[in-house]
Ligand binder design. Structure first.
Ligand code: DND
Ligand code: ATP
Ligand code: GLN
Length: 702
């Protein structure tokens, strides 16, 4: 038996928080040592935080990261444990995204990232250069801080591995796992048995499955141990890092961390038997052939044993991986992001204009889920969560946030801001949901504000008064009258967000929450600078179709795995309506009629536009077969209507409220979906082409 205890972790790092990042990194090494580990891997760029973005252009970021690493090396923490630590480093004045392999107070070698992430949310080549010379390494002269801490002048830098007295260790970094020709293939063939992957990998609904498949298949094909470390929480941007540290051996997962947690440091360990890796590899004859002709990569020798001959801990057995339902992911992912955002900004909680409709109710339910997570963490004695909760709630040292409803009452504020066009039904829904969550709730009539604006308008324009469509008004009059209501709600929300802590005898400010979903953003079905403009939006990256499923799930009792907010069932079943126009016997406003398309259709358009990368013509061609129950002319008309609405409203996405990235069909043009602010909504060339295809389809076949 050649047993080794290995450790990996999830850390809630924060961009540029050098003190906090250092403290959490050190704590994770301490915990790994306490659990008997002789090898520990941490997340990508853990000392600076992954999401520093253009702060990676500053020399300070590199220097402070090196100073933090020097602190770790001087502290004695790396004595007896090989640590794979992520940080940005300069080599010959070139910036690299690096792994520093540290042991017994020395830097054994430095491994720069070979393949940078440069799609979707990622722009790594903007800040780092990739190490181009595969299979090569050279001397690196340590910065003054590191040289002083280690007494070393230099170490190896490049594509290299470490040979200890009993095994071979190397690392690959995040994106490299996702590439077709991953470094782990070459490293495994050249004899590496333990591979660490320090990641800064973001949450997306249903993405964990893909990550786990890749890790499983990496070790299934090559044999070996694969340790995955990730960041956790919100590190200052729109992405949520979803932790879920993993340890895989020969195709099996043997340890899994939590995906959504409020803990800021989570360390997992496994006991592995190196002989199991060798036995697995010996039996794969074809692997042997490929391994024997593999070009070796540079090796640094470390006079150190990872195997603990004295350890009697049993070897870790394969476990069945825990996947959260998509509905749970919608609840707990954005909840973790909100928690980090609110505690790190020093806010005293949230204010949400709650209409009783599906969207704002989803936002409220996510805050409710967050309160439940805080209560669970408090019950488990997490002192850091308790301290943050006390501060946020404005409570003293005796307060324990173990009751989610009581905590919600301190930090969550909602208001139903009704007008004469609002219904009793939605008012009751809003009140009922607030009661279920336990939060502070107001019911306010805002007609006085709307009529004050109209009075002013009449005074300015000689008594002229716009009318709703149902009263004979024009399209513009009708829109303007709706927008006054919607925009007044935004003004009132900021007023309440600013003054509610004062009204309740506390201090500080509330973060105003928004509730536009991804489809409304894409279609532009929102009033610019109304209640869709807020400080934060937890659901801006989620489609209405997914939100409905989430509400249905969240209505279930906690004993059945839901959130226990039963009223959400009825809310999810009500037809979506803006309630901005008068209801008459002949007319009730609904979202889908207003938009000229169903949310289901909109979701299809959104996926084809972003995930399938379709312009108008290719979308039309795809839908001709997908919607073969419709005449080609009908499909053409729907596609044109979508693109027209989308193009006319592009400008709204440029000012959209920051939301947590949740889906690959997201349309946040500030980070993920980079498009022009205005484009020709007539699409003359493209639509002519659609008409031609349509005519050809419809012409009688000879
Ligand atoms: N290319 C461009 N670049 C920059 N800005 C541009 C622009 N084109 C128009 N604009 C500006 O945008 C304004 C038009 O946008 P905006 O004021 O938002 O108004 P608009 O889009 O005309 O109307 C808002 C729509 O959202 C609907 N709505 C409102 C509230 C809630 C909900 C719901 O989800 O239930 C739906 C409402 O029924 C209506 O159809 C123009 O007056 C102009 O100021
Ligand atoms: N009566 C209201 N009281 C409080 N807030 C409201 C009210 N009506 C609308 N809002 C706010 O304005 C936002 C946008 O309004 P909109 O009518 O678009 O809601 P929606 O998209 O139909 O979502 P919901 O399903 O929550 O009503 C809502 O999410 C909500 O935050
Ligand atoms: N930081 C990275 O390299 C992350 C990229 C990777 N494709 C991911 O989504 O997880």
């Amino acid at each position: 038996m050649q047993n080794v205890t290995v450790a990996t972790c999830s850390l809630d790092q924060w961009a540029l928080d050098f003190d906090g990042n250092l403290e959490r990194t050190k704590r994770s090494i301490e915990l790994a040592k306490q659990k008997g580990a002789t090898y520990r891997v941490g997340p990508e760029l853990e000392l600076s935080g992954y999401g520093c973005e253009d702060h990676f252009h500053e020399i300070d970021t590199f220097q402070h990261s090196a100073e933090a690493l020097a602190d770790i090396l001087k502290s004695g923490l790396t004595d007896g444990i090989l640590c794979d630590i992520g940080l940005p480093m300069l080599h010959n004045s070139v910036p690299y995204n690096c792994r520093a392999m540290c042991l017994n107070g020395k830097v054994v070698c430095i491994r720069p990232k070979l393949f940078l992430a440069d799609d979707g949310n990622y722009r790594e080549p903007r800040w780092f250069t990739r190490w181009e010379r595969l299979g090569e390494a050279e001397d690196h002269y340590l910065s003054p801080a590191l040289a002083a801490a280690t007494g070393q002048q230099s170490c190896l830098f490049g594509d290299c591995s470490i040979q200890t007295l009993d095994t071979r260790v190397a690392s690959e970094t995040c994106e490299e796992l996702f590439t077709p020709n991953s470094p782990h293939i070459h490293l495994g063939l050249s004899g590496v048995e333990i591979l660490g992957n320090g990641s800064g990998s973001h949450f997306e609904l249903r993405k964990l499955d893909k990550r786990i498949d890749l890790i499983r298949s990496a070790t299934e094909k090559s044999g070996g141990v694969y340790l995955y470390a990730n960041q956790l929480g919100c590190d200052g941007g729109r992405m949520l890092y979803d932790g879920c540290a993993l340890i895989a051996v020969n195709g099996n997962i043997v340890a899994q961390g939590s995906q959504f947690s409020l803990a800021d440091v989570e360390v997992i360990t496994a006991v592995i038997d190196l002989e199991e890796i060798r036995a697995y590899r010996i039996a794969k004859a074809s692997r042997g052939v490929q391994a024997s002709r593999t070009r070796p990569i540079p090796v640094v020798h470390a006079n150190f044993r990872l195997v603990d001959a004295k350890s009697c801990d049993p070897v870790s057995a394969p476990l069945s991986v825990r996947y959260h339902l998509p509905e749970e992911q919608i609840a707990y992912g954005p909840a973790v992001w909100l928690w980090d955002y609110a505690r790190r900004t020093g806010a005293s909680g949230f204010f949400l204009p709650l209409s009783g409709g599906a969207d704002s109710s989803s936002t409220a339910a996510i805050v409710g889920a967050m309160c439940q997570m805080v209560a669970k963490a408090a019950l488990n004695g997490d002192e850091r969560v308790i301290a943050d909760a006390r501060r946020m709630a404005g409570q003293g040292p005796d307060y324990l946030p173990t009751d989610p409803r009581e905590f919600a009452n301190c930090i969550m504020h909602t208001a139903y801001l009704g007008t004469e066009n609002s219904s009793q039904g939605t008012e009751n829904f809003a009140k009922g949901l607030a009661e279920a969550i336990g939060n502070y709730h107001l019911t306010v009539k805002i007609d006085g504000v709307v009529s004050a604006i109209l009075t002013l308008f009449r005074a300015v324009f000689g008594g002229r008064e716009p009318r709703f469509k149902v009263h004979g008004g024009s399209f513009s009059e009708n829109q303007a009258l709706q927008n006054i209501q919607a925009r007044s709600r935004m003004l009132l929300s900021y007023l309440f967000g600013q003054l509610l802590p004062w009204v309740r005898g506390n201090s500080g400010f509330l973060l105003v929450l928004g509730s536009g979903n991804v489809d409304e953003g894409l279609r532009g079905y929102l009033t610019k600078y109304d209640c869709s403009s807020a400080d934060l939006n937890p659901i801006g990256g989620i489609s209405k179709v997914d939100l409905k499923r989430f509400l249905w799930w969240a209505a279930k009792p906690e004993t059945e795995g839901g959130l226990g907010f039963g009223i959400l069932q009825a809310i999810s079943e009500a037809p979506p309506t803006a309630e901005l126009e008068p209801i008459t016997d002949a007319y009730t406003q609904t979202d889908e009629a207003d938009m000229g398309m169903t949310y289901q259709e909109l979701s299809t358009f959104g996926r084809l536009r972003k995930i399938s990368r379709c312009g108008p013509v290719s979308m039309f061609k795809r839908l001709l077969t997908q919607w073969d129950h419709l005449e080609p002319a009908e499909v053409a008309s729907k596609v044109k209507h979508f693109f027209r609405s989308y193009a006319m409203n592009r400008h709204k996405m440029s000012t959209i409220t920051p939301s947590v990235h949740c889906e690959s069909y997201g349309c946040d043009d500030n980070r993920f979906d980079l498009r022009p602010i205005f484009i020709d909504a007539r699409f003359p060339f493209q639509f002519r082409m659609i008409d031609r295809i349509c005519a050809a389809q419809s012409s009688p076949k000879l």
